[in-house]
Design a protein around this ligand. Sequence first.
Ligand SMILES: Cc1ncc(C[n+]2csc(CCOP(=O)(O)OP(=O)(O)O)c2C)c(N)n1
Ligand SMILES: [Mg+2]
Length: 272
Amino acid sequence: MNEVEEIKDLAKNIRMEVIKMVTSAKSGHPGGPLGLADIYAVLYKKIMNHDPKNPNWEKRDRLILSNGHVCAVRYAAMGLTGYFPKEELLTFRNINSRLQGHPSTRYMEGLESSSGSLGQGLSVSVGLALGARMKKEEHTIYTCISDGECGEGMTWEAAQSAVHYKLNNLIAFMDRNFIQIDGNTEEVMRLEPLGKKFETFGWNLIEADGHNIPDIISAFEKAKSIKEGPTLIVFKTVLGKGVSYMENQAKWHGTPPSAEQEAEALKELVHS
Ligand SMILES: Cc1ncc(C[n+]2csc(CCOP(=O)(O)OP(=O)(O)O)c2C)c(N)n1
Ligand SMILES: [Mg+2]
């Protein structure tokens, strides 16, 4: 298998694990994680400088997950790349599990920040990026944000300060699926022209298809090569990607599948 095929295979396995996790927990968010699976497969397999056996390695790149409700995608990527045994994924959302429904650093190494209360992650990243610069550390701070979070004022305060401090060690990427909990983002609270807004603030802007593996890789590589200021990659994604009855349906933001729906989803995914 060549590299792109290997990443595609990881993305498919991430999606299948996400479906199993949310179904067995009987609660959780399947839509966002399915939409982010290709991006997380690229990050964990190709882009991030990390060591699954040493999650606190000082030189690791940091990944801040701001839209914490999509954490199933991160847990699946971690479980499939050696952070912990894959079997642990099925403890998702159980009491005392390390895999809480909204990620918590109290329970799990390798998460970098607790999240779930939306809008905070970009600010956390600005702090980490400033800290890294002060300590002359060379790692990159990757930050996953969602479009729904752009309804939070704090996102824009962070966007402003990242430019003020010229944080070239900060690469944010957005899950631009046009959906949030209450429906279409443009109907709930218009966001467009969203990428342009960041660009006007002073961010470098890259736009890419969040389901095309070579495009995702080149977007991150381009972002890494930019030496001035913070960079945002806006990934156009499809909520529920890979499971036809979930695609682009806001209902699947936070609804677990039934056992029958799980079987249908896995059947589709295994042949994808
Ligand atoms: C501060 C805060 N306000 C409200 C919520 C409730 N909430 C949970 S998910 C969500 C929608 C967020 O939009 P997005 O991340 O784009 O959702 P997705 O694309 O994953 O469906 C909201 C409003 C929250 N978690 N935190
Ligand atoms: Mg969204």
